[in-house]
Design a protein around this ligand. Structure first.
Ligand SMILES: [Zn+2]
Length: 92
């Protein structure tokens, strides 16, 4: 267990990390997905969708703020990954 993220359920690597990326933009609403990934085998955990409002500085995307939208989504993604079993994990 590194940074509170469980080792990869598929290959056992500890190179798991949480990542978020932008998906759809609708007006000033930008959708994002947070997800645990594995650098070794590219496994991916359950997706957590969240939406931020596009504004200067993107305060919702500030990972140094534990209450920002991205921090909350990351925590949820890690929680789901840690509880995950092989059968309900998406793999690509
Ligand atoms: Zn892996």
């Amino acid at each position: 267990m590194k940074n509170g993220i469980h080792e990869c359920w598929f290959c056992g690597s500890d190179k798991t990390y949480v990542d978020s990326h932008a998906t759809r933009l609708r007006g000033t609403e930008q959708n994002y997905i947070s997800q645990v990934r594995c650098r070794s085998c590219c496994a991916r955990g359950p997706k957590v969708n969240f939406t931020v409002t596009v504004e200067p500085g993107y305060p919702d995307l500030d990972r140094t703020d534990p209450e920002s939208a991205v921090s909350k989504a990351d925590r949820q993604a890690i929680e789901r990954w840690n509880k995950t079993t092989i059968t309900n994990t998406e793999k690509r």
